[in-house]
Design a binder for this molecule. Structure first.
Ligand SMILES: [Zn+2]
Length: 285
């Protein structure tokens, strides 16, 4: 009995001498580093709510989301563009992304893509009130309100000083990092390649502190050829169908520039095309 208590006491001492203080200093360092490196994010709520392992995952996913969204000189010439926005080669002359109205549709999309890439490193005008918080607490009710969601972004109420918040649902934690995805041979498997980074980019796009409000990036609903009733345009297959909705009439569906998941899949498609040398052309077959 005595022995047991002594062992227990020793274990407690080990825990308090070595584990807790050292661990908490290490955690504080991680928080300080995240706050310095990614100033567009309000890190304290995630630090307090998510636990240290998930907090670290969020920091790494934010770092990689910046890589995922690295701007390309000609986004409109990538396979991801063809699949999730539709290449001008399929569109009537002077009616495409580049040619139509002096390229204003393409210019808008490019601007949004640039903002989402830059935002995590630097909040708007460096101001605290524009920072976005990741949340792990009280996610149940809000996640339930959007069945199947990996994360839900909440808009601050008008006139209040609350910030944009991204609630991370159970499904989010099951997606995994881009870099940990098992090799796939072709874009046919895109649907299985949703990652932490993909979800974070999708959610950041909803925040108008990131992308502005013209257009507002939302989750569109539409009637698509594959389903008789209106659906959420969500997932690789539906997003691609949405982009190609009028392809047989040689027209673009410019509405895709308002749908968050089309952007996220554009990035994921191009990322794995480069990573795994798919030689993808973005065509729907
Ligand atoms: Zn969304």
């Amino acid at each position: 009995m005595m022995m047991y208590e002594r062992v227990l006491l020793f274990l407690c001492l080990v825990a308090s001498c070595f584990s807790s203080p050292v661990q908490s200093t290490a955690d504080d360092n991680v928080l300080a580093r995240a706050e310095k490196a990614y100033q567009g994010i309000e890190w304290k709520p995630a630090f307090d709510e998510c636990g240290s392992s998930r907090f670290n995952t969020l920091v790494e996913a934010t770092r990689m989301a910046i890589q995922l969204t690295k701007p390309r000189r000609h986004p409109e010439s990538t396979p991801g563009w063809n699949r999730f926005f539709l290449s001008d080669k399929h569109i009537k002359k002077r009616e495409g992304w580049v040619a139509q109205a002096g390229g204003s549709h393409l210019a808008k999309v490019s601007k949004i893509m640039e903002s989402v890439h830059q935002y995590p490193s630097k909040a708007k005008q460096g101001k605290d009130k524009f920072k976005i918080a990741y949340r792990c607490r009280d996610t149940l009710a809000i996640c339930k309100s959007v069945p199947g969601a990996a994360a839900v972004t909440a808009q601050p109420s008008r006139g209040q000083s609350e910030k944009w918040e991204v609630y991370l649902c159970d499904r989010f934690w099951g997606t995994g990092h881009l870099k940990d995805k098992r090799h796939k041979n072709s874009p046919q498997d895109l649907e299985t390649l949703r990652s932490f980074e993909h979800v974070i980019v999708h959610e950041l796009l909803h925040c108008d502190v990131v992308t502005g409000s013209n257009p507002k990036i939302i989750d569109k609903k539409a009637v698509l050829p594959s389903w008789p009733t209106e659906v959420d345009v969500y997932g690789a297959s539906r997003c691609s169908e949405y982009a190609w909705l009028y392809a047989d009439k040689q027209k673009a569906n410019f509405m895709v520039k308002e749908n968050a998941d089309n952007y996220a899949w554009f990035y994921t498609n191009n990322w794995f095309n480069d990573e795994w040398k798919w030689h993808d052309d973005g065509e729907r077959r």
